[in-house]
Design a binder for this molecule. Structure first.
Ligand SMILES: Cc1ncc(COP(=O)(O)O)c(C=O)c1O
Length: 394
C-alpha cells in the first residue's frame, strides 16, 4: 500500500470540503453537551425520546450488568444467546404481531448488520431469479447489503410508487424484493408505505422496511411506520433500530417466524459476530416498556409540539434564506447547498453555542449539503427558541 497515494487522496478531500472530522463529546447524550471545554446545545443526535439518559433505562442497564456481566462472550449460535436477548425478542415479536402475522423477532448488534442480514438472507433463500428494487434515498447499509449479495437490482425514484409499479409489472423475476427506508434519514420524510404494501401484495413482492428513524417515534404506541399507517401484511420484513429513539444500541428484525428462522440459519452478519452484551437487551426491555406506555406517548406529544414550534418559527421568518425540507418527523434538514457553506454554517452555530452537524456527499446528493437538525423530547421549548434564534443569525 502506498501511503503517499492515500495522503494525496486525503488532501483532495480537504480541498473539496469533504474531509470529515469528529467532534469529541466529553459528556453523555443529552441536549446540553460538553465539548471543547464549553457547554453546547445539541440538535444532532437520534435520541428522539431522550431515553439514552433516562434514569430508568440507566438503572436497568446497571441491573443487567449485575445480573449478566458486561460481555456476552460468544456469538448467538455458540453460547452468547442469553435470557435477556430471548426476553427482548419475545417482547418485540408480541408487539409487532398486529402488524406482521406470525411475527418473530431477532435482535442484532446494529441496524447496519441487520440490513446486511435481511437482504443477503432473503436473496439466499429465494428461488431462482431475484430482483431487488431499491429506493433512491435508501440508507448506506441497504446499499452495502445489495452490493454484498450481488443480486440484480434497480433503483426507483424517491417515493415514486408509479415508477416502482411499472418496474414490478415489467419484471420477469420470480422473487421481487422492494427495499425502502420507513423514514428517510437525511430528508426526514416518510415512505408511502400504504401504497407500497398494496403494490407488493398485488405483485407478489416482499417489502423490507428499514424503520431506523420511525421506531419509537411514529405510531400511537411508538411501534413505528407500520403502526402509523395501520398496516398489517405478511409481505413485510421490518427492521427497527434500538440505538436511536430506544436510546441503547442494536436493532431488531421482525418478520414471519419462518423468515426469522432462516436468518438464524443463514444470515452471516447475525451468525459470525459476538452477541451484544445481554445488559443492552435488559436495558432495552425497560426502554421498550417506556416507548409503548404512557411515558412514550407523553414524550411523543411533547416532541410534536416542539416540531410545530420550530417549523412555525422558521416559516414566520421572512429573511430566512435556507430551505427547510418538508418533514413531519424529528429530522428537520436545512439545505445549504455547497460543502463550504454548510461547514461554515455548522462552525458559526458551534461558536454560537449550538451543535448541529453538516451532512455532505456522498451521504446526500452533491449540491444539497445540509444541516441535519434533529429534535428530541428531551429538548425544551426555550432550547428550540435558542436554536431558531441562532439559525436566523447565520
Ligand atoms: C435508515 C438507517 N438505517 C440503518 C441505520 C444503521 O443503524 P445502526 O446505527 O443501528 O447501525 C441507520 C443509521 O444511521 C439509518 O439511518
Amino acid at each position: 500500500m502506498n501511503l503517499n497515494f492515500i495522503a494525496a487522496k486525503l488532501q483532495n478531500l480537504k480541498d473539496n470540503g469533504l474531509y470529515r472530522t469528529r467532534v469529541q463529546a466529553d459528556s453523555g447524550c443529552k441536549p446540553l453537551v460538553e465539548t471543547k471545554g464549553r457547554t453546547r446545545l445539541a440538535f444532532n443526535s437520534n435520541d428522539y425520546l431522550g431515553l439514552a439518559s433516562d434514569p430508568r433505562v440507566i438503572e436497568a442497564f446497571k441491573e443487567g450488568v449485575s445480573l449478566y456481566g458486561v460481555g456476552s462472550g460468544a456469538s448467538h449460535l455458540i453460547s452468547g444467546h442469553g435470557k435477556a436477548h430471548a426476553l427482548l425478542e419475545e417482547r418485540l415479536s408480541q408487539l409487532m404481531s398486529p402488524m406482521i402475522p406470525n411475527a418473530a423477532a431477532l435482535y442484532f448488534c446494529s441496524g447496519y448488520m441487520a440490513n446486511l442480514a435481511v437482504v443477503t438472507s432473503l436473496v439466499s433463500g429465494a428461488e431462482e431469479g431475484v430482483t431487488i428494487f431499491s429506493e433512491e434515498l435508501n440508507h448506506a447499509s441497504i446499499i452495502d447489503a445489495i452490493r454484498l449479495c450481488k443480486a440484480p437490482f434497480v433503483v426507483y425514484p424517491h417515493c415514486d410508487t408509479q415508477a416502482l409499479g411499472q418496474m414490478l409489472r415489467e419484471s420477469k423475476s420470480k422473487t421481487k424484493l422492494v427495499l425502502t427506508d420507513g423514514v428517510f434519514s437525511m430528508d426526514g420524510d416518510i415512505a408511502p408505505l400504504l401504497k407500497l404494501v398494496a403494490m407488493c401484495e398485488r405483485e407478489g413482492a416482499w417489502l423490507v422496511v428499514d424503520d431506523a428513524h420511525g421506531f419509537g417515534v411514529l405510531g400511537q404506541h411508538g411501534l413505528g411506520a407500520l403502526e402509523h399507517f395501520g398496516i398489517s401484511s405478511s409481505h413485510v420484513i421490518y427492521m427497527g433500530t434500538l440505538g436511536k429513539a430506544a436510546g441503547v444500541c442494536g436493532a431488531f428484525v421482525s418478520a414471519h417466524a419462518t423468515m426469522i428462522d432462516w436468518m438464524i440459519q443463514r444470515a452471516r452478519p447475525y451468525i459470525y459476530t459476538t452477541a451484544a452484551p445481554p445488559a443492552c437487551a435488559h436495558a432495552l426491555l425497560k426502554s421498550v416498556d417506556l416507548i409503548t406506555g404512557s411515558e412514550g406517548a407523553k414524550r411523543r406529544e411533547h416532541l410534536h409540539n416542539l416540531l410545530d414550534q420550530f417549523k412555525q418559527q422558521i416559516s414566520s421568518s421572512q429573511h430566512f434564506q435556507y430551505k427547510l425540507l418538508e418533514s413531519d418527523t424529528p429530522i428537520q434538514p436545512l439545505v445549504i447547498g455547497s460543502n463550504e457553506d454548510v461547514l461554515n454554517a455548522s462552525k458559526s452555530l458551534l461558536a454560537d453555542g449550538v451543535w448541529v452537524s453538516a451532512i455532505r456527499a456522498p451521504t446526500v446528493p452533491v449540491g444539497t449539503a445540509r444541516l441535519r437538525l434533529t429534535l428530541s423530547a428531551s429538548h425544551t421549548a426555550d432550547q428550540v427558541d435558542q436554536l431558531t434564534r441562532a439559525l436566523k443569525r447565520l
